[in-house]
Design a protein around this ligand. Structure first.
Ligand code: GDP
Length: 296
């Protein structure tokens, strides 16, 4: 198995022990290891390049102070920059809108949208004491509508019916209307995914966005997607003003490098992490902790 970044970094720290300063040549050796480790963690290549360039600039400009060796100073810079790239602190859901606050869920099929919709409903009910309605705009897969109905019940939220013969925008209008009339605080809108990006899908979700005027547009992405996450993220970012990311399947064995790629490409904060198939398997994303995971 390839050695994780922290192993690689400690090797470098040892090798650099005899050296007094961070120099162009020793920083280059170390950054080669960082690059390899990030690629192993499935961070997309262009994102790795940018990251390395930023770390290099910071490292060369830095005075090494106190008892730190240049190796240790570099490791600290790598840690800090990783956490900063993935977003500092924690970012919860924004509900600052005239109720119902609408949350639009976007992402590829299988990313975990429906599961996350229900997890989020439960989170908002329990942690924010909100009255939550869900609705599915996936008119292509009747099973997806049924799936949302089932998981919404598990979440203790209410589900608004939709059928495959309706247009997604009509479903959206009817759901908002219902939410208003029945004093719901939040309307969560699950949408149709496709196995790959296609134009019809993007147009449809853009139309939904225009009708719903959501306060949050969340991009749901599978952490196991690895290198491909960058293309998916780009396509969704170009189509929609994303306000946040949910990274799912972090209970898998990926090192979660997709977080770095998706965050950098979209510029949107990673708000939640999916950590199991179960309804309570949602955590507020913690960039510091995740940086540690990517480092291995
Ligand atoms: P959608 O097509 O985007 O709506 O995706 P689904 O919500 O149907 O999820 C696809 C599959 O991924 C299902 O089998 C889910 O149980 C599973 N899934 C979703 N989120 C997670 C997660 O955080 N961890 C794990 N292990 N599985 C998840």
């Amino acid at each position: 198995m390839a050695s994780a970044l922290s192993d690689r970094l400690s090797r470098i720290v040892k090798e650099m022990r005899g050296q007094a300063r961070i120099t162009e040549s020793n920083v280059t050796d170390m950054l080669r290891e960082v690059r390899m480790a990030l690629l192993e963690a499935d961070v997309a290549l262009p994102v790795v390049r940018d990251f390395i360039a930023r770390v290099k600039e910071k490292a060369l400009g830095q005075e090494v102070v106190g008892s730190l060796t240049p190796g240790q100073a570099l490791v600290a810079i790598v840690h800090r920059e990783l956490a900063a790239t993935m977003g500092e602190g924690v970012a919860d859901i924004n509900l600052a809108a005239q109720p119902p606050a609408v949350i639009l869920m976007a992402g590829l099929q299988g990313a975990g949208k429906t599961t996350t919709t229900a997890k989020l409903a439960k989170h908002l009910i329990e942690k924010r004491k909100k009255k939550v309605l869900t609705v599915s705009g996936d008119v292509y897969r009747p099973a997806a509508i049924e799936q949302l109905k089932t998981v919404t019940a598990q979440a203790g939220a209410e589900w608004f019916p939709s059928t495959p013969d309706q247009k997604p925008v009509d479903i959206a209008r009817a759901a908002i209307d219902h939410a208003r009339k029945h004093y719901f605080d939040v309307l969560l809108v699950d949408t149709a995914g496709r196995l790959a990006i296609d134009e019809a899908l993007m147009r449809e979700i853009q139309e939904l966005h225009a009708v719903l005027k959501p306060v949050e547009t969340l991009f749901v992405v599978d952490a196991m997607q690895g290198q491909d996450a960058i293309n998916t993220a780009k396509a969704f970012k170009d189509a929609l003003p994303l306000t946040g990311i949910v990274l799912t399947k972090l209970d898998g064995d990926s090192r979660g490098g997709a977080a770095l790629s998706v965050r950098q490409i979209t510029g949107a904060p990673i708000k939640f992490a999916g950590v199991s198939e179960k309804i309570d398997g949602l955590e507020v994303f913690d960039a510091d902790r995740h940086a540690q995971r990517v480092l291995g």
